[in-house]
Ligand binder design. Structure first.
Ligand SMILES: Cc1ncc(COP(=O)(O)O)c(C=O)c1O
Length: 496
C-alpha cells in the first residue's frame, strides 16, 4: 500500500466516541452515572450494559488497574483482529493482549485444540505431572528453539506469567553460579514480581519498594535518545551501540568498577515496554561474546518478542546468537496463561522443588500453545510478520514525514512504535525533541474513537505501540495506518 492509497474516509465504522474519555472517578467510587450498578442481563443472564460494567469495575478494582483506564471497552465478541464491545462498536485490536495473541482472537486452530482437549475428558489440572498434552507441547517448543537449544535444552514450566519465568531464570542462574549480581539494561521491562521488577528499568513503579538484590544497570542502545548523546550513524552497530559495548566490557573488567562476578545478564532483543527499541544485531553478538568470555549466563527475555512477532521465530535469531537461557510466555500459550524457561543442560543445577508452584501444568494452554506454535511454523507467519511489518514501517515513516509530532518511527516485524514528541519544543543537539506523553494519550484516544485499539509504552509513555496479530491482512494493515494517520492529525490539531 502507498500512503496516497489511504483514504481518511475509510477510518472506521465507529465515528467519534463517547469512550474517548475514561471519566475515571479519582476516588474510584461511583461516577453518578445513572447506569452505574445496573447492568442489564442479556438472554444468557450476563449483565451487558457497558456503562454499568465499567462503573462497577472502577468501583471494585484497584487503582493499579492498567489498560482498563485508557481503553474503556467491554469486549463481548472477538474474532481475528476485530473486537466488538457490549455497545456494539467494532474495534481493530492492535494490542493483541499485549502481544499474546499471535493468531488474533478466537483463531480456529486454537479453538479446535481447546475443544479437543475438553471433549477428551483429560484432566485439566495436573500440577507438573507428565501428560500427552505436555509431551506434545514440549516436543513442539523444543523443536522451535534456536541453535543447539533445540536438541539439548532443559525446560522448566513456571507459574503462568512472564514475570514468574523471569524469576525462575534469575533464581536458576543465581543458584547455579553461586553469585548474586544481575546485569540488566536501561529501558528493560521484565515484569512486576520482586526480582523481575528489580531488573526492570522503570523507576516510578518501584521507587517506594525495597530493592531486591544487586542489579547493575547497563546502557541499552537507543539511537533516538542515545544514553551517550551521540545517536546513531547508519550501519550494523551505530555509534551509541558501540560505546555501550565498550562501556560494558571495560566496566566488567575494571577491578575497581564495583561489579562483583555476575550471576547473569538479562536482555530483550527488542525492548517492548521500553518503547519498541530493537537492539542492533552486532550489538547482541558483542553481548554474547562479552558474556561468554566472562562466564556470565546470558538470559534472553523473549516473553513479548517470541513466536514470530519480530519477523523471526525468536527475536534473538536475527543476530544468530544462542543465549544460555530463554524466557518465554505470552504467545506460547496460544492466548492462555503459560510460561516456560529453556536453558542449557549445564545450568540444570536446581534441587527438586526449587521453583515449584501450583499452576505450572495448564493443559488447555499447552494444547492451545502447541497448536499455535505449529500453525505459526507451518504458515511461516514469522516471515509474514517481517513482510507486513516492513511495509507498515515504511508507510508510517511517510505518514510521520509530514507530522512534526512524530519524532521517530521504529520497530521490527510486527512490533512497531511511533515516538510522539512536542513539536513546539526546541530540539537537542541530536535533533530530538522532548517526549509528549499528553499528546500521545490524545493520539491513543483519537485512535479508540475511530475504532483502533493501541497502547502507549516507552520511557515517557509517549510511544504509540502497534502489536497486531501475525495474521493481520493487508486490508487490516491499511486500515490501521489510515486510522492512525487520522488520529495523529486530530490529536495534533489546535487547540492543544
Ligand atoms: C519482555 C517482557 N518480559 C516480561 C514480561 C512480564 O510478563 P507478565 O506480564 O506475563 O508477567 C513482559 C510483559 O509485558 C515483557 O514484555
Amino acid at each position: 500500500m502507498t500512503i496516497s492509497a489511504i483514504s481518511s474516509g475509510s477510518a472506521g465504522p465507529s465515528g467519534p466516541s463517547a469512550h474517548a474519555d475514561p471519566t475515571t472517578s479519582p476516588t474510584g467510587g461511583p461516577t453518578g452515572d445513572p447506569a452505574d450498578g445496573h447492568g442489564v442481563p442479556n438472554a444468557d443472564g450476563r449483565a451487558r450494559a457497558p456503562e454499568g460494567i465499567l462503573a462497577r469495575q472502577r468501583r471494585r478494582e484497584s487503582s493499579a488497574r492498567t489498560y482498563a483506564r485508557n481503553l474503556p471497552i467491554v469486549p463481548v465478541h472477538a474474532e481475528g483482529m476485530t473486537v466488538i464491545g457490549a455497545d456494539g462498536r467494532r474495534y481493530l485490536d492492535c494490542l493483541s493482549g499485549a502481544g499474546t495473541l499471535a493468531l488474533g482472537h478466537n483463531h480456529p486452530v486454537v479453538h479446535e485444540a481447546i475443544r479437543g482437549l475438553l471433549h477428551s475428558g483429560a484432566p485439566l489440572h495436573v500440577l507438573d505431572l507428565a501428560t500427552p498434552e505436555k509431551d506434545a507441547f514440549t516436543a513442539e517448543l523444543l523443536s522451535c528453539l534456536p541453535g543447539d537449544l533445540a536438541t539439548s535444552a532443559k525446560l522448566h514450566f513456571c507459574g503462568p506469567s512472564g514475570a514468574d519465568a523471569v524469576e525462575a531464570a534469575l533464581k536458576l542462574t543465581q543458584t547455579v553460579t553461586g553469585h548474586e549480581t544481575l546485569l540488566a539494561f536501561t529501558g528493560g521491562y521484565h515484569g512486576m514480581t520482586a526480582g523481575a521488577l528489580a531488573v526492570t528499568g522503570n523507576v516510578t513503579i518501584k521507587e517506594r519498594l525495597r530493592p531486591v538484590g544487586t542489579v547493575v544497570r547497563l546502557p541499552y542502545p537507543y539511537p533516538y535518545r542515545c544514553p551517550f548523546g551521540v545517536g546513531a550513524t547508519d550501519g550494523d552497530c551505530p555509534d551509541g551501540a558501540r560505546l555501550s559495548i565498550q562501556y560494558i566490557e571495560r566496566l566488567l573488567d575494571d577491578p575497581c568498577g564495583g561489579v562483583t562476578q555476575p550471576a547473569a545478564m538479562i536482555v530483550e532483543a527488542v525492548q517492548g515496554e521500553g518503547g519498541v527499541v530493537p537492539a542492533p544485531d552486532d550489538w547482541l553478538r558483542a553481548i554474547r561474546r562479552i558474556t561468554a568470555e566472562r562466564g556470565i549466563p546470558l538470559i534472553l527475555d523473549e516473553v513479548q518478542t517470541g513466536v514470530g512477532r519480530t519477523g523471526a521465530f525468536w527475536a534473538v535469531e536475527h543476530s544468530g546468537i544462542t543465549p544460555d537461557v530463554i524466557v518465554m510466555s505470552k504467545a506460547i500459550g496460544g492466548g492462555l496463561p503459560l510460561a516456560v524457561i529453556a536453558y542449557r543442560e549445564e545450568l540444570d543445577g536446581w534441587t527438586p522443588g526449587a521453583h515449584t508452584g501450583t499452576f505450572r501444568g495448564n493443559q488447555l494452554a499447552m494444547a492451545a500453545g502447541a497448536a499455535t506454535l505449529r500453525f505459526v511454523r507451518s504458515e511461516a507467519l514469522d516471515l509474514r510478520a517481517a513482510e507486513v511489518g516492513a511495509r507498515m514501517l515504511a508507510d508510517l515513516r511517510t505518514i510521520a514525514a509530514g507530522r512534526p509530532c512524530v519524532g521517530d518511527v521504529r520497530g521490527l516485524g510486527l512490533m512497531i512504535g511511533l515516538e510522539v514528541v512536542d513539536p513546539d519544543a526546541a530540539p537537542d543537539a541530536l535533533g530530538t525533541r522532548p517526549a509528549d506523553p499528553h499528546l500521545a494519550a490524545r493520539v491513543r484516544a483519537e485512535c479508540l474513537a475511530r475504532g483502533l485499539i493501541v497502547e502507549l509504552g516507552g520511557r515517557h509513555d509517549a510511544v504509540v505501540r502497534l502489536l497486531p496479530p501475525l495474521t493481520i491482512t493487508d486490508a487490516e494493515a491499511d486500515r490501521v495506518l489510515a486510522i492512525l494517520a487520522d488520529a495523529l492529525t486530530a490529536a495534533a490539531s489546535p487547540p492543544r
